[in-house]
Design a protein around this ligand. Structure first.
Ligand SMILES: [Zn+2]
Length: 135
């Protein structure tokens, strides 16, 4: 794997073929050097976790992995909870699991479990307000 990755390095931007679990199709993931690591000799190594962006869903490698895990661990009709509700990751999850519920941690005194004006639910993950077995 390290040899394969080393063979990809050198260009400012490049693509890597693969299959996107969110789009459910083969694609060419885009890689650049945003958030890259710089080795002691000065060679820049892409941040594989935060790049490898799918041109179809615009999710990076980390976010696609999270959606892929969720899809593998749930069935289409399942209710699913995602910590976050204003992110592309939440939107991708909801596109695959219609009963996805998301929340944000709002620190303005909003009651846990309440929804603010723009439809964002407030939850503190250390004290969730959902009933047992909701997800
Ligand atoms: Zn995709």
């Amino acid at each position: 794997m390290a040899e394969f990755e080393a063979g990809l390095l050198g260009a400012e931007t490049f693509s890597v073929p693969g299959h996107c679990a969110v789009c459910d199709r083969d694609t060419a993931f885009l890689v650049d050097h945003q958030y890259c690591f710089v080795e002691p000799g000065g060679r820049r190594v892409p941040n594989w976790r935060e790049r490898l962006t799918c041109p179809g869903c615009d999710l990076n490698n980390r976010m696609r992995a999270a959606v892929g895990f969720l899809l593998a661990a749930s069935r289409p009709g399942d209710a699913v909870y995602v910590t976050g509700s204003v992110t592309p990751l939440f939107q991708a999850n909801r596109s695959k699991r219609k009963r996805t519920v998301g929340s944000e941690y709002i620190r303005d005194g909003t009651t846990p479990g309440a929804t603010i004006a723009d439809g964002v639910r407030n939850e503190d993950v250390t004290r969730l307000t959902f009933p047992d077995g909701a997800f």
